[in-house]
Design a protein. Structure first.
Length: 142
């Protein structure tokens, strides 16, 4: 089992039903567990802490804006009432191109879309951001 840290510069995101989706940034890989504190009678010097339920943060995917508008169309379909949940996977690679980590997100759907900031100076790239909620996260095998 390797315990070395890997630089995060090469990763891929695969989303069901999308022809292509090259992302420059992914954030929101976060799990939080609610804790219930329980005082046991006769033990006044301590509290038991018991895990209750785990919640997932939304994933935030960013990329350069592309002409197809696939992500915005998906979001608008969901906002319009279509139940279009998709599975997606994120794979991280080491410097040699070997896959080292894989996460699977089950039944994801868009909850927010942010379009590019338009500026006349033309010095920055047009970016779009898609925020996704999902039902379950699984750790996959590379």
């Amino acid at each position: 089992m390797s315990v070395e840290a890997h630089p995060v510069f090469r990763f891929y995101v695969i989303i069901d039903k999308l022809a292509q989706a090259v992302f420059t940034e992914v954030s929101g890989l976060q799990l939080d567990t609610e804790v219930m504190k329980y005082a046991e009678g006769g033990k006044n010097g301590m509290l038991h802490q018991l895990p209750v339920r785990t919640s997932f943060s939304n994933l935030v995917l960013s990329r350069g804006l592309v002409k197809s508008n696939e992500l915005l169309r998906w979001y608008l379909d969901v906002v319009g009432g279509k139940d279009d949940r998709r599975n997606l996977s994120i794979m991280q690679y080491d410097v040699g191109g070997n896959e080292i980590l894989r996460w699977h997100f089950i039944e994801a759907f868009p909850v927010r879309w942010v379009g590019p900031k338009l500026q006349a100076d033309g010095a920055t790239a047009s970016l779009e951001t898609l925020e996704l909620a999902y039902a379950e996260m699984k750790l996959g095998e590379p």
